[in-house]
Design a protein around this ligand. Structure first.
Ligand SMILES: Cc1cc2nc3c(=O)[nH]c(=O)nc-3n(C[C@H](O)[C@H](O)[C@H](O)COP(=O)(O)OP(=O)(O)OC[C@H]3O[C@@H](n4cnc5c(N)ncnc54)[C@H](O)[C@@H]3O)c2cc1C
Length: 430
């Protein structure tokens, strides 16, 4: 029977010849040797939460869903080694069992650890890099079937390539994270005026550990979110959380649905959503605070721009949005991330502002994304690898100082191109 595989949003559907779920490192090595001998291709999938065609293949799709769990905890050095198929949520609970936590996370926790780092998944907070930057070491099986180890102290150059590598160097089997002692966060969400947020942007970023905001189209409403370290008892504002979940998921889905058939309703839905954007708060252990449930399906593009340009870019995006009046009601999300030194990370040497554009599943997104992308590109924006964009090899060569170094390392570790797909060919210019 034919396999059918889809990503989270349903924007990528394909038919892999086989889907494999190895449970040991030796099985993974054997799969690579078999592909080499039979001149076959492999793509690796985590939780299929990327919007781009990264995991698509008509050949072997390999999942590490059955390769998970903690391998080693070094309490003194605060390092945890974990099997790469482990999901972020499970890792959070397991690390907490040892008294540790990741220093920062994005807004969902369904991704696999390997999948999340492979595209440069990030949260918000100017003192923190993306999740890849939390890594001390990576172990992978390369395209020659060799087991390769790299860390901050051994093969550091290779680590800088592997930290964000789009499943193109090999199958990542183990990750060693630098962790922190478990901490609690106090989270507050408010409804504010967008002009006030622009005026206070630097202050919000300096005074809060994690700050982000959403702008609702056709309104002046910004929903702001602040998280800070707390010593208080873990308490959830259950009513507020229930309200936010109702608003951000169930009710939001119900009022979004008609816009699929009558797009001109988007403006009114955006206004209602902005007016009702919740005010909630909670105090809890960090790994239970970052992630929110996301049950409303959408497609997404996200661009990273230099933080110095953020206000100018954002104002231009709003100006053009108001002029073109796109049939979009999802708010745009705005987050702030520390620069890193990872070869093809969007935040490479860039104190970053990330702007996300979402469109309800089933509605046209192409023209909206393309228009917003042109503005971000004008300000030297770099796309998130896991989210929709229209860039290819020649664009990346201009964006990334170390692009050719990355391509060289890719060639060394996958000389037979067994991890190359039609989609990654375009990315790498192969
Ligand atoms: C609802 C939603 C919310 C999101 N929120 C955020 C957010 O807050 N911040 C953010 O930055 N992004 C966010 N994303 C994007 C998401 O984090 C990334 O696309 C991430 O890469 C998905 O992880 P995954 O495990 O699903 O990996 P997949 O999408 O399955 O794969 C991503 C890449 O990782 C590679 N890969 C997976 N496993 C391995 C392995 N073992 N070895 C080598 N390569 C591997 C794949 O080949 C592919 O290239 C969100 C996406 C969705 C759908």
């Amino acid at each position: 029977m034919q396999n059918t595989f889809s990503n989270w949003s349903g924007s990528v559907v394909f038919h892999p010849k086989e889907i494999l779920y190895p449970t040991t490192e030796q099985e993974i090595i054997d799969i690579v040797h078999r592909a080499l001998n039979n001149k076959k291709k492999i793509r690796i999938v985590g939780s299929a939460h990327s919007f781009t065609r990264l995991v698509e293949t008509d050949n072997t799709l390999l999942s590490l869903d059955n390769y998970n769990g903690i391998i080693h905890v070094d309490k003194d050095k605060k390092l945890i080694t974990v099997k790469a198929g482990t999901k972020i949520k499970a890792f959070g609970e397991m690390a907490f069992g040892y008294g540790f936590a990741q220093e920062n996370l994005g807004d969902i926790d369904a991704q696999s650890l390997a999948g999340s780092i492979s595209t440069g998944t990030h949260g918000t907070g100017l003192n923190f890099g993306n999740i890849s930057s939390q890594l001390y070491a990576i172990k992978f099986i390369n395209g020659k079937g060799e087991t390769v180890y790299c860390s901050e102290d051994e093969n550091k150059e290779l680590l800088k390539a592997a930290q964000v590598s789009l499943g193109s160097l090999g199958i990542i089997t183990e990750l060693t994270f630098k962790v922190q002692e478990a901490y609690k966060l106090s989270f507050v969400s408010k409804n504010e005026n967008i002009q006030d947020v622009f005026a206070q942007l630097d202050k919000h970023n300096i005074e809060n550990r994690n700050f982000e905001f959403y702008w609702f189209p056709y309104t002046d409403v910004a929903q702001t979110k602040y998280s800070n370290i707390s010593q208080e008892e873990a308490v959830e504002n259950k009513l507020g959380l229930w309200y936010d979940n109702l608003m951000e998921n169930h009710l939001f889905n119900a009022i979004s649905y008609p816009t699929r058939y009558i797009p001109s309703l988007s403006k009114y839905v955006a206004k209602i959503s902005g007016a009702l954007a919740g005010t909630s708060s909670k105090v809890n252990w960090s790994h239970r605070v970052y992630a929110l449930p996301r049950t409303v399906l959408f497609n997404e593009m996200e661009y990273c721009v230099p933080i110095e340009s953020f206000s100018a870019v954002k104002k231009e995006l709003i100006r053009v949005f108001n002029q073109k009046k796109f049939h979009v009601h999802f708010p745009t999300e705005n987050r702030f991330v520390k620069a890193d030194d990872i070869m093809i990370s969007a935040s490479y040497k860039l104190t970053s502002a990330y702007i996300s554009f979402h469109v309800y599943k089933g509605k046209a997104y192409q023209e909206y994304f393309k228009t917003m992308e042109e503005i971000c590109s004008h300000y030297e924006g770099r796309p998130h690898w896991g989210k929709m964009h229209n860039k290819e090899a020649k664009d990346f060569a201009n964006m990334y100082e170390r692009w050719n170094d990355f391509l060289e390392i890719r060639k060394v570790h996958d000389p037979e191109n067994i991890f190359v797909s039609e989609y990654t060919k375009k990315l790498f210019g192969i």
